[in-house]
Design a protein. Sequence first.
Length: 233
Amino acid sequence: MNQIHLQQLTKNYGTTKALNHIDVTLPAHGITGVIGPNGSGKSTLLKIIAGLIRPSSGSAAILGKQAARNLGDTTAYLSEEDSLYGYMTIQQAAAFSASVYPSFDSDLCATLLEEMNLDRKQKIKHLSRGNKARVKLALTMARRTPVLCLDEPLSGMDPLVREDILRLIVTHLDVDKQLCLITSHEVQELEPFLDHVLIVRDGEIAIDSNLDDLREKEQKSLMAILKEVSVDV
């Protein structure tokens, strides 16, 4: 069964159409890059898939069920915004996630935190921005959901943090069972890890393709293809 099936998916904010009649069926596993210019609808798309917002019309089916907040064991969402409680220690944040999400894998979380050399006794509010990003990723990946939605996990991070985050995703994602959707402006860094790509422009899907097939067809890098799509209006 395909993990995600979007049919005539539309989202309006007042008179602004963030997503416009999207029809997409995504692969059941692997890493799919959702890329495009600012304001193209990438984050809105991920939030609908994660059940955080509702479409204005159309449908988003995850494993055969309509996307909804109560599908927490199906889809995990990592926000670009700061979503951690500053007064908690890292260990308390992990324990809180374990109490909220039945599928939370505490052993995996501990492994991820250890690999990133994070002191679990340290309070969130005392962490650097990069270490907060690392903790958010560990808490998200430890949920062991079939679908991961990672919204700009590399945004504003220095090169070492970005490398760390990408390494953890690739190392600990079960590529045979999990689908990871990731938005990022760091297209060149992300490209080597992608299996599939969605290029979003003005609330519509401009390109939906296996990445190897796309590069063979166009004989160009993903960044070059994105630039062409972005200016071809």
